[in-house]
Design a protein around this ligand. Structure first.
Ligand code: FAD
Ligand code: UDP
Length: 363
C-alpha cells in the first residue's frame, strides 16, 4: 500500500495532523490505531445506562489559546462547563485547589484575602532553589497543607514521594488567595456537546483519510510505503526499547453504576488520605446529563502495561533524551504527542504542538 502520510496513533495529536494534512486533497493519509477506537485517551462512549463516560479518566478541555479553541470549534459545539473539585480531608469535603475557601473551611476561620496572605506567610517554608514537587507545595502553603492535600495523593498517583518528582507536577495545581474555587481559570473551557469521540470523528471526516483500527504499527510497518510518518506512540517502543524501557505511570479504572440521581457533590472528589484510589468522577456532573441513575469511576494508579503518564523524574528524562537524539536524526518520521515526546501534555497543548509542527514543516 502506498500513502503520502502514515500516522501512527488516533489520539488528538494524530488526528490534528491528519486533519491539517488532508486539507490538500492530493495527500493520501492512513492512520494506524492499535485500539478499537479513535480519540486516544480522550475517547468517550455511552455505557449500558446511556451515560456518556470518559473511558480513560475525566477529560476537561481548557485553554488560553484562542487559535486552538477556534480550530477545535470547527468540529464541535461546546457545553459550557467550569470544573470544580472537592478534596476529602479531615472528614470534610473541601474545595481544591487551595483558595481562601479551602483555608477557611479547613481551619474553621473567616479570613479575608489579606488575612489569608498573613496566615500563609506564617505557614510556608521558603525553599531555595525549588528542586522537587514537595518544595513547591511547602513553598506555596507550608507543611500542614502539603501533608493534608498533596503528600499522600501524589505518592498514590506516582508511587514515589513528592520530593523525588519534578516541580512541574504539583505546579500544575494553582494556589490562590481569592474565592475562585474553579479548578481551571483558562479563558476557554468546555466539554464537546456530543462528546470527544464525535468531535474526533468530525476531524477526520475526509475522503483522503483512512483509518485502520485494532492494528499495531509493527504489524504493518513493512507493508506500507509512505513519504512521511507521524508517530504518536511511545518513543521507546518505536526503537524496540534499545536503550531500555521508559517508565510510564498507568491507571486502572473501575466503573460503578448507582441507582440514584446524584452520587457526590461535585464532578470530581479527590481522596488524598483514604483508600487506594485517588479520585472519584461522576460523569453526569461533567456532561450535564439528567437521569435517575448515575455512573462513577474510581482511579487506581499503578505500574501497568497501558502507558498514561510519562514519569516526571530526572532519571527517566535522561533516558528519554537518548531516544530523542535518535528521533531528531530521522528524516522521514516526526515524533509528536504525549507518548512520543514523553511530556505531561494537556489536550490543548498537543493540538497546539501539532498545528505548529504542521506550519513549520508542511506549509
Ligand atoms: P494519546 O491520546 O495517548 O493517543 C495516542 C494513540 O496512539 C492511542 O490511541 C494509542 O492507542 C495509539 N498507539 C500507541 N502505540 C501505538 C502503536 N504501536 N500502534 C498503533 N497505535 C498506537 N488533558 C486535558 O487537557 N484535560 C484533562 O482533563 C485531562 N485529563 C486526563 C486524565 C487522564 C487520566 C489522562 C491519562 C490524561 C488526561 N489528559 C487531560 C491528557 C490527554 O489525555 C492528552 O493530552 C491527550 O490525549 C494526548 O493525545 P495524544 O494523541 O498525544 O496521545
Ligand atoms: N495533586 C495532589 N493532590 C490533589 C490533586 C493533585 O497532590 O488533590 C498532585 C498530583 O501529584 C497530581 C498533580 O498534582 O499528579 C497534578 O494534578 P492534576 O489534577 O493536574 O492531575 P491529572 O488530572 O493530570 O491526573
Amino acid at each position: 500500500m502506498k500513502v503520502n502520510y502514515l500516522i501512527v496513533g488516533a489520539g488528538l495529536t494524530g488526528l490534528t495532523f491528519a486533519n491539517l494534512l488532508a486539507q490538500n486533497e492530493n495527500n493520501k493519509i492512513l492512520i494506524i490505531e492499535k485500539r478499537h477506537h479513535i480519540g486516544g485517551n480522550a475517547y468517550d462512549s455511552y455505557n449500558a445506562n446511556h451515560i456518556l463516560i470518559h473511558n480513560y479518566g475525566p477529560h476537561i478541555f481548557h485553554t488560553n489559546n484562542q487559535t486552538v479553541w477556534d480550530y477545535l470549534s470547527q468540529f464541535t459545539e461546546w457545553c459550557d462547563y467550569q470544573h470544580r473539585v472537592l478534596s476529602f480531608v479531615d472528614g470534610q469535603f473541601i474545595p481544591m485547589p487551595i483558595t481562601l475557601e479551602t483555608i477557611n473551611q479547613l481551619y474553621n476561620t473567616n479570613f479575608s484575602q489579606f488575612e489569608m496572605v498573613d496566615f500563609i506567610e506564617s505557614q510556608k517554608e521558603s525553599v531555595v532553589p525549588i528542586k522537587s514537587s514537595e518544595d513547591v507545595a511547602l513553598n506555596n502553603a507550608g507543611r500542614d497543607i502539603y501533608e493534608k492535600f498533596f503528600m499522600n495523593y501524589t505518592t498514590k498517583q506516582w508511587g514515589v514521594v513528592p520530593s523525588e518528582l519534578d516541580p512541574a507536577v504539583i505546579s500544575r495545581i494553582p494556589f490562590r488567595f481569592n474565592r475562585d474555587t474553579r479548578y481551571f481559570t483558562d479563558r476557554y473551557q468546555g466539554i464537546p456537546k456530543a462528546g470527544y469521540t464525535k468531535m474526533c470523528e468530525q476531524m477526520i471526516d475526509r475522503p483522503n483519510i483512512k483509518v485502520m483500527l485494532n492494528t499495531d504499527y509493527k504489524e504493518v510497518r513493512d507493508a506500507i510505503d509512505y513519504d512521511k510518518m507521524i508517530y504518536t506512540g511511545p518513543i521507546d517502543y518505536f526503537y524496540d526499547h534499545q536503550f531500555g524501557k521508559l517508565k510510564y505511570r498507568s491507571v486502572r479504572f473501575e466503573m460503578e453504576d448507582h441507582d440514584c440521581e446524584s452520587f457526590q457533590k461535585s464532578a470530581v472528589v479527590n481522596y488524598p488520605n483514604d483508600y487506594d484510589f485517588t479520585r472519584i468522577t461522576e460523569y453526569k456532573k461533567i456532561t450535564g446529563q439528567q437521569g435517575r441513575k448515575t455512573t462513577i469511576m474510581k482511579e487506581f494508579p499503578c505500574d501497568g502495561e497501558e502507558p498514561f503518564y510519562p514519569f516526571p523524574t530526572k532519571e527517566w528524562q535522561e533516558l528519554y533524551l537518548l531516544y530523542k537524539a535518535k528521533a531528531d536524526a530521522e528524516k522521514n518520521v516526526i515524533f509528536a504527542g504525549r507518548l512520543a515526546e514523553y511530556r505531561y501534555y494537556n489536550m490543548d497543548a498537543v493540538v497546539d504542538q501539532a498545528m505548529r509542527f504542521f506550519e513549520m514543516r508542511f506549509l
